[in-house]
Design a protein around this ligand. Structure first.
Ligand SMILES: [Zn+2]
Length: 281
């Protein structure tokens, strides 16, 4: 009997320690992201001197939107041959070095999530934008897995809270905003019906001096998501719910859209036109 109690006690203790470790790791991951591998060898590419040069970066160490990422790569390959861009389509961060990065006109985080760059590479991206480069983020690039203050402040302007789960994908009317940056908005759709996983942020980036390009009516989506018992939380977004916005940062520019969860968005002309304008802006 005593032996049985001892064994039971040890088993309970072991389970307790395992559960505690798992919880600790989970909390660490939420706060910092797990340690990941970084690439620091320069990319083996020849970047042409002339024409538009686009760096499409799809590395993930957080959630991976596999289908949308692959559809986005295919669409950008198609756009590059159509528009005559030089496209470097990669998931390796080696290209983020002082010499190569500066040669690109635009860097696109294609649903890139988690910690994907070293601290030095992050500083290079900041300097790149401040010196006239352009940074574009698509959907997952705006979730809370990046842990990068500059990126949060200059690209997103708002902290990600959650996304709806019931249902996860919802249709909404996307509307061109009156205050849209005029060059960025040139020739774009005034609005379209769009199905997506609508990200909800704690703040409205309009309040942080971002130029809003597109909004949806946040009161017309069901925001309930992975917030356990907390329901109907649209936080600081409410009716005025931006889904694409831009900012001039130093001599450069940033553009982010929270649209882009699933592969089908890449077949939506208005969505693709918006990204083409963001690249050409
Ligand atoms: Zn998503």
């Amino acid at each position: 009997m005593i032996k049985f109690l001892k064994i039971t006690g040890i088993v309970i203790l072991v389970l307790f320690v395992l559960a505690g470790t798992a919880l600790g790791l989970f909390v660490y991951k939420v706060k910092n992201g797990f340690p990941v591998s970084y690439e620091t060898e320069p990319a083996e590419i020849t970047i042409p001197a002339e024409g538009k040069k686009v760096l499409l970066f799809s590395k993930t160490t957080g959630f991976r939107h596999e289908e949308s990422i692959e559809a986005g790569k295919a669409k950008f390959e198609e756009l590059a041959s159509q528009e005559g861009w030089f496209l470097h389509n990669t998931e390796s961060a080696g290209v983020f070095n002082g010499d190569q990065l500066a040669k690109f006109d635009v860097v696109i985080f294609n649903n890139s999530t988690g910690r994907v760059l070293t601290d030095e590479q992050r500083v290079l991206v900041q300097e790149y934008v401040e010196n006239g480069g352009k940074l574009i983020g698509i959907h997952g690039a705006g979730d809370d897995s990046h842990h990068w203050d500059w990126y949060q402040g200059k690209l997103l302007g708002a902290k990600f809270s959650h996304h709806p789960l019931d249902p996860q994908l919802q249709e909404a009317q996307v509307m061109l905003d009156d205050g849209a940056e005029s060059v960025l908005a040139e020739g774009l759709s005034k609005g379209w019906k769009h199905t997506d996983e609508w990200y909800i942020f704690f703040e409205n980036p309009r309040a942080s001096d971002f130029d809003i390009l597109y909004t949806i009516n946040g009161d017309q989506i069901i925001p309930n998501g992975n917030l356990l018992w907390i329901k109907d939380k649209n936080w600081g977004m409410g009716e005025d719910h931006p889904v694409a916005w831009s900012k001039k940062v130093g001599n450069g520019k940033t553009f982010y859209t929270s649209m882009g969860h699933h592969a089908a968005v890449w077949e939506q002309k208005a969505f693709v036109d918006m990204l083409v304008n963001a690249v050409n802006w």
